[in-house]
Design a protein around this ligand. Structure first.
Ligand SMILES: [Zn+2]
Length: 258
């Protein structure tokens, strides 16, 4: 009977794209602080988007880490917060795998000394996004990110902003935008705001953004994304132009559920 219906209907029926496992929905509601601040419509859309993410991305554990369904649910929902105001989830189309480490992980980076000698330094990272479709997260940093007692740091938002940036295969600090004029506005605003962050952090002034955003324009967008979702009112007060560019890009205003 199903076969006949599928044949008559053309394509076989796909699993319901709006479904999410009830246990996963429960884990998200219990562990993601922002969830309770969303209205019912946004909660429904976030759960459905997280469900789709969980079904289509592979999760792997590193350092002997066992990735549970609850962990997958929480990471998926936090990642999908960034998509909540977008027309679809194509921003993550290149993301294939999410790797979860136990804690900060080291990556070896080759570098060259003044005499041209080659050596390797180890950078410790809480997360990393690769333009080839890998996102790596340290679980202790994920737990800190979703701890309701702190606002401002969020490794999931940070790494998935890198993934959005790399949606066109190029991670340069600007995600794919619909028009040349939007790209120009993005470049001008980000550069101006980046210069301001670099200036203010160099004289020790505190801003709503982490000083890490002043390391490069590639890091500025993810750091600004963390502030946009975690501390939207202070960010809008610090730089209204930057806030507006991000509000337009993300299609949502997190002040509504701050
Ligand atoms: Zn980064």
């Amino acid at each position: 009977m199903n076969w006949i219906r599928a044949t008559l209907g053309g394509a076989p029926r796909q699993p319901d794209s709006t479904s999410i496992d009830p246990a996963a929905a429960k884990a998200i509601a219990a562990n993601l602080p922002v969830f309770s601040r969303l209205d019912a419509d946004r909660q429904t859309r976030l759960l459905s988007s997280a469900g789709r993410f969980m079904r289509t991305k592979e999760f792997v554990g590193r350092d002997g880490m066992q990735v549970t369904d609850e962990m997958r649910a929480v990471v998926s929902a936090a990642a999908c917060m960034l998509l909540l105001g977008m027309p679809d989830d194509s921003g993550y189309r290149r993301v294939s795998t999410v790797a979860i480490h136990r804690g900060s992980f080291s990556e070896a980076v080759e570098t060259y000394g003044p005499e041209g000698e080659r050596y390797v330094v180890h950078n410790w990272a809480a997360g990393k996004a690769w333009s080839l479709g890998f996102v790596e997260l340290a679980w202790d940093s994920v737990l800190y990110s979703i701890n309701p007692r702190q606002r401002g740091f969020n490794v999931i938002y940070h790494e998935f902003a890198h993934a959005l940036d790399a949606a066109d295969g190029d991670m340069g600090g600007m995600p794919p935008l619909p028009s040349w004029s939007r790209e120009r506005a993005w470049r001008e605003t980000m550069q101006r705001s980046f210069d301001r962050l670099a200036n203010e952090t160099s004289i020790g002034r505190r801003t709503p953004l982490s000083a890490y955003g002043a390391t490069s324009l590639v890091e500025f967008f993810p750091v600004a994304t963390e502030a946009f979702f975690e501390r939207p009112t202070p960010l809008a007060g610090w730089d209204a132009g930057l806030f507006e560019i991000l509000r337009e890009y993300y299609g949502q205003d997190p002040r509504e559920y701050e």
